[in-house]
Design a protein around this ligand. Sequence first.
Ligand SMILES: Cc1cc2nc3c(=O)[nH]c(=O)nc-3n(C[C@H](O)[C@H](O)[C@H](O)COP(=O)(O)OP(=O)(O)OC[C@H]3O[C@@H](n4cnc5c(N)ncnc54)[C@H](O)[C@@H]3O)c2cc1C
Length: 415
Amino acid sequence: MADISKPILVIGGGISGVTTAVEAAEAGAKVVIVESNPYLGGRVAQLHQYFPKLCPPNCGLEINFKRIKFNPDITFYTDAKVTSVSGSRGNFDVTITLNPRFVNEKCTACGECEKVCATEVPSKFNYGLNKVKAISLPHEMAFPNRYWFDASAASLDELKKCAAACKYGAIDPDAKPETVTVNAGAIVVATGWKPYDMASLDLLGAGQLPNVISNVQMERLAAENGPTKGKILRPADQKEPESIAFVQCAGSRDENHLKQCSSICCLASLKQINYVRQQYPDIPIYMFYIDVRANGRYEDFFVKVAKDDANLTLVKGKVASIKQDGPDLLLEAEDTLTGKKTSQKVNMAVLATGMQPARNGLSIPGLDYDDMDFVISEPDTTGIIGVGCAKSPVEVVQCMRNATGAALKAIQCCK
Ligand SMILES: Cc1cc2nc3c(=O)[nH]c(=O)nc-3n(C[C@H](O)[C@H](O)[C@H](O)COP(=O)(O)OP(=O)(O)OC[C@H]3O[C@@H](n4cnc5c(N)ncnc54)[C@H](O)[C@@H]3O)c2cc1C
């Protein structure tokens, strides 16, 4: 066993960061996780099911949270960010700023504070599909399972009202930001991804036509802890959809938007077609695609979803526009198999928007990025290791494999 005296700093507490932390700590290292959200789990916590097995993501996350909870070698900070980094491989001086959460560990998640809070904000967890109170539990399975106050949305007076309603003394309106310093041997960048901005896709009606939603919003619509308690309904009128189109490569593989293929969106849409089928066995579903990228063993998943579905139509063509047509949406595309323009009426459309690197303003001297802005990992020279979707858009299994490798690399940097 190496003498790992300095901690490993993991920036980002999604599945990649959490897995790296757990693997490194269980091999004898000390780990500090810094997460900017008020909870761990990253975007996986917002998925309804995982392809290809279609199991709930929270199972996998919970096991990891348990491993973190009972491991004294892991320290984690939520609602936190790295504000400065200096030094080099084996010896980094890092400053971390902890935003005040205003709700301490005495919180029992009873919800009394929420009842008296008048301010509502769009739910970040549900990608703006509904509103939540300015003081709320980030989501039912949140770890830590503690309320959080959105200080950017509500006033101190509102917080004081919430504090008065808390019989456990768990709300501290006077909480202030804190600073923590860490001398780390290695830095793991696990900052993950964000969805491509829908606002740029105006030709596809994004942001203008309420029944055009993104693939990440579809995950939330289908989830039992989502805004509609898992019922897939049209956002405009909360009615059941009578037909749905899945629009692949919405902004992806496009010089004007995202150049790359995220390699996940085809599988995510196939999975979401399955969500729709569970609730609406017979409605027409259309999937417009350039080519369906379901590589290797995922080909079986594609066949399983698509093979015997007589009401699923696959159209090989990229959608050029989506317009409102009375109560419906009108999609226009070129069917590349027939060479003809085609139009299709539906009453709901799901845009498969791609994955972009997310860093929330993180800046580390010496860290390089590729031409799509993903982290270039060079542990041997820099002591900084990119992992999971910070490095490239990948699925969860790949993130976890990657994380195990990153944990070992990080330990080597600390020696
Ligand atoms: C529509 C859709 C459906 C999908 N479905 C599946 C599926 O069914 N199965 C599957 O295997 N994969 C699926 N994926 C892919 C899956 O979401 C990713 O593989 C996974 O989220 C990657 O995890 P990660 O930890 O690398 O990144 P993330 O989940 O993005 O986590 C990164 C974390 O880092 C934090 N962070 C970012 N910047 C900072 C900073 N500066 N400081 C501190 N913290 C920071 C973020 O808040 C976040 O918590 C899907 C993707 C999409 C788009």
